[in-house]
Write a protein that binds this ligand. Structure first.
Ligand code: ADP
Ligand code: MG
Length: 728
């Protein structure tokens, strides 16, 4: 996430576990659970190295799959080698030279001849190879052909020792070699060897989790075979099929866990019915000074349908910045209140909570809805009063921050929880809120409030199916009418002077400007311009004669609010800030955004930032300043210049940087995929999802004994990570 982390250190995406039974205790019993230290060729020291890459058990080692396979062609003679080509040769070792430890140069050099010529073979940084070679050995070498002192040379090739007594005929084959993610002290060859030992010991313990019918339908090879072929394919096509099977397993078990959880929520939990009558609908709509867009009406009807049922809604509302989510959320809140329940709206920060409250106040002026703002900064006496009123049900609408989640807050009858920017909350908080009291209803088992999550980070479908797989999704897919375009431009160092001139021009016209810096304070390691340091330069040199304010995440809350008020009131021309303004700030007169070190941000974050302008009646500009020469950086920023469609931007970001980056953290709660790739395996993901859904429909608690291995596999994979697996 880069610089944004400065302000949102604790972003967390995790699936809900609102109704978790206790985790199932895990008893080690299979050879797969044996500590890796006891595998032949490992020992305590290597076990420590392995544990650094997440390998603790034999099972972990076996599932340390190669990230690619190298297709080695049939061996060729030394006199037919072509410079720079990849080639395989077989020859006899003529001489070996090992260099002593910790010297420059190769660890081992040898000469290899095959009767048609001699090549030099060298391994750098490979001390473990030092004692492996002797004159007379027959080696098979594969790598890229180079040249050194007039001789053909292979540097750090893959190597295999052959049996000198075997007939050369048996050596004449193509092969596919697994390439493992190596570390400084563990090479891919090394890993291959210990994986080999582990497979010998434990491959027969690998059970088949998938029922035969499913394997047949999807044409999947058995799991044991897939594991073996992944490490040792005979042909490239076997590696492809093995990979497909293993990726399917990861996607399928995840989708199955999600389906089981959804099923559980649907059958064991109840929520209050909150129907919208025509009268309620009329009264709510009267509050808005505009008519709602078709996109807003569509998601409102989806949400209303959920609220009218006695099953808890768990819905994600996504829409681009400025698409009008607040209005939709307020519609849902007023529906809950019209049905005599309470509604809580949670924001990730105090600034945002206060802004939400202010925004809602505008719409609710003159209404009888009792509402309050409750944050960690609310003075104690006032807080105690509010808490008492909330507990008695005198307050209908509560806007606040995490402070709301504290145990002291008791609701009389909480019907709906709305969370803005859910990804800034952790899963435990989500579960806490779900656990808040609703009024007891006759016959209900567990009564929980409905739950609506809002996010302005558009989430590509493949991701929403996984990370948010437990949520139904509503999307506002178009903006309200009359939006002004935002012109986005990349600014190189040599263009900066001109850019600032344009910014000053805008200020002269009465417009306001955001200047965003990645860090709050200067740090030694990173040569980034920091807001607190640069604010002086901006005021003095770049925007002379302008009133410049400073806003960053480490300021006191009251100071932040004061600066925001000044800026909103137009008493400041420019606001030098960090990404604290990323979400929610709404100042229509601000038409210019300058982002320093734009290459350091995720595209989604930049898109969010940019959404702070373009809110008034005048066309806005967004200047992405960067001195990065990297082609990839430019390619990424270019996407922002070409489109303002948040979904396209998110897809591109996913393509260029992978899901971990897009989400801002790798800790989304699910085990990392070892094989599956959400971009390449999108089709496989759809299949896995369909298969999981139909399995849960047909046998909701996986009672049929044919599913016993599958259940065991689910438990093993999700162990303590996901506690909700609640199958008989
Ligand atoms: P989001 O929360 O999705 O970023 P908001 O709900 O804050 O968007 O709405 C952005 C702006 O658009 C607000 O100023 C709001 O008043 C305005 N707006 C919302 N819905 C409509 C609509 N249907 N017609 C016109 N303006 C709207
Ligand atoms: Mg909003």
């Amino acid at each position: 996430m880069g610089p944004a982390a400065a302000d949102h250190a604790s972003r967390q995406f995790r699936p809900a576990t609102p109704h978790s039974p206790a985790p199932v205790a895990f008893k080690p019993q299979s050879p797969l659970d044996k500590p890796v230290q006891f595998v032949r060729g490992v020992g305590p020291q290597r076990a420590r190295l392995l544990s650094k890459i997440g390998i603790q058990t034999v099972g972990d080692l076996i599932e340390y799959f190669p990230f690619r396979h190298e297709h080695q062609g049939r061996p060729q003679s030394v006199d037919s080698l072509v410079l720079d080509a990849h080639a395989t040769v077989i020859g006899v070792v003529d001489s070996v030279r090992s260099s002593p430890a910790r010297r420059g140069g190769p660890s081992v050099t040898l000469r290899l001849s095959d009767g048609t010529g001699t090549v030099r073979v060298a391994w750098f940084n490979a001390p473990y190879l030092r004692d492996r070679f002797q004159r007379g050995q027959v080696l098979r070498i594969h790598g890229q052909v180079g040249e050194f002192e007039g001789l053909g040379q292979f540097v750090n090739p893959t190597v295999e020792q052959l049996d000198p007594k075997a007939s050369p005929k048996t050596w004449d084959f193509e092969r596919v070699v697994p390439i493992y993610k190596a570390t400084a002290s563990l090479s891919t060859i090394h890993i291959a060897r210990i994986v080999e030992s582990a497979l010998k010991e434990a491959i027969s313990s690998i059970t088949e989790p998938l029922p035969a019918s499913l394997r047949q339908r999807r044409q999947l090879m058995g799991r044991q075979e897939a594991v073996r072929r992944m490490h040792h394919p005979d042909q490239p096509s076997q590696a492809v099929e093995a990979r497909r099977r293993l990726a399917y397993d990861e996607l399928f078990t995840m989708q199955l866990a999600i389906s089981l959880q959804r099923r559980w929520t649907a059958t064991r939990a109840q929520a209050p019915r909150l129907p919208v009558t025509p009268e309620i609908d009329r009264r709510i709509r009267r509050r808005f000074p505009f008519s709602l867009t078709a996109a807003q009406n569509k998601v409102i009807s989806e949400i209303s349908a959920d609220l009218a049922r006695d099953k808890p809604m768990t819905r994600l509302l996504q829409g681009d910045v400025g698409s009008g989510k607040t209005v939709v959320a307020l519609y849902a809140a007023l529906t809950a209140i019209a049905n005599k329940t309470q509604c809580a709206i949670l924001a990730p920060t105090e600034v945002l909570a206060a802004q939400h409250f202010a925004g809602i106040e505008r719409y609710l002026a003159g209404s009888r809805v009792e509402r309050c703002l409750l944050t960690g900064k609310t003075p104690k006496s006032q807080r105690d009063r509010l808490l008492a009123s909330i507990a008695k049900g005198e307050i209908n609408l509560i806007v606040g921050t995490q402070a709301l989640l504290e145990k002291a807050v008791e609701f009389a009858d909480l019907g709906l929880v709305i969370v803005d920017e859910q990804h800034k909350f952790g899963v435990s908080q989500r579960a806490t809120m779900r656990g808040k009291k609703t009024a007891p209803r006759r016959g209900a088992t567990t009564v929980v409030p409905h739950y609506l999550v809002m996010t302005a980070t558009p989430i590509p479908r493949t991701l929403s199916m996984t990370v948010f797989g437990d949520l139904d999704i509503s999307t506002i897919d178009s903006l309200p009418p009359g939006r002004q375009p935002i012109h986005t431009k990349i600014v190189r160092p040599e263009e900066e002077a001109g850019a600032w001139l344009a910014v000053r021009q805008r200020i002269c016209e009465g417009d306001q400007v955001y200047v965003v810096y990645p860090l709050v304070e200067e740090s030694d390691e990173l040569d980034l311009k920091a807001a607190t340091v640069e604010v002086g330069r901006v005021a003095r040199d770049l925007l002379p004669n302008s009133k410049v304010g400073l806003l960053h995440g480490r300021m006191k809350n009251a100071d932040k609010q004061a600066v925001m008020r000044e800026f909103a009131a137009g008493r400041l021309d420019a606001l030098v800030c960090t990404t604290v303004i990323e979400v929610g700030v709404d100042v229509p007169n601000a038409t210019v955004m300058v982002v320093q070190h734009a290459e350091r941000y995720g595209l989604a974050a930049l898109h969010q930032l940019r959404g702070r302008v373009g809110r008034g009646s005048k066309a806005s500009i967004c200047l992405l300043m960067t001195d990065s020469p990297s082609g990839l950086a430019t390619e990424r920023l270019d996407i922002l210049c070409r489109t303002t469609d948040g979904f396209r931007i998110a897809e591109e970001d996913l393509r260029l940087r992978g899901p971990g980056e897009l989400l801002g953290t790798r800790q989304h709660g699910w085990p990392e995929f070892r094989v599956a790739n959400l971009l390449e395996d999108a089709d496989l993901l759809m299949q896995a999802r369909d298969d999981a859904a139909s399995l849960v429909r047909e046998d909701p608690s996986l009672q049929n004994p044919v599913y016993a291995p599958l259940k065991a596999d689910l438990r093993r994979r999700f162990r303590d990570k996901v506690a909700f697996i609640h199958v008989g």
